[in-house]
Write a protein that binds this ligand. Structure first.
Ligand code: CO
Length: 137
């Protein structure tokens, strides 16, 4: 049985730059680097508390997921970081040069407020920030 999401792997062209992003810009705890020589791969890990898998599908056969599926097919769509103050995080990241897909957060699932960082700003990975509705989490 599946007991946890162990990790999500992102292929990055500049490991030091990406480590800095996750530590300094996103404020995650850095567990360290490990070169897996047998796999000819350098790894870096950032442990996180509990998470969820979200399946996303076009509603009424329209919307951004429809375009994504037509263009790129099924696959990993985005990572979502929970925020306790999304306005503050957006302001901070915009000041660091991050581009967002919209000007301001908009409604997401479970009454949350969400905003997406452009994949161009994050090594090709679409990253969502989500602030849960008060009372949820
Ligand atoms: Co999401």
């Amino acid at each position: 049985m599946i007991v946890a999401l162990d990790h999500i792997a992102i292929a990055v062209p500049d490991l030091e730059k990406s480590i800095k992003r996750f530590m300094e810009d996103f404020g995650l705890t850095y567990k360290g680097r490990e070169d897996v020589v047998s796999a000819k791969t350098s790894t870096a890990f950032f442990p996180l508390p509990e998470t969820q898998i979200e399946l996303v599908h076009p509603l009424n056969d329209e919307g951004p997921i429809k375009g994504y599926l037509e263009k790129r097919g099924p696959g990993l769509h985005h990572l979502c970081f929970r925020s306790d103050n999304i306005e503050e995080d957006v302001t901070r990241l915009k000041a660091k040069g991050y581009q967002f897909l919209s000007d301001a957060p908009s409604p997401g699932a479970h009454g949350s407020q969400v905003i997406f960082i452009h994949p161009k700003s994050c090594d090709g990975v679409l990253i969502e920030l989500s602030q849960p509705q008060a009372g949820e989490h």
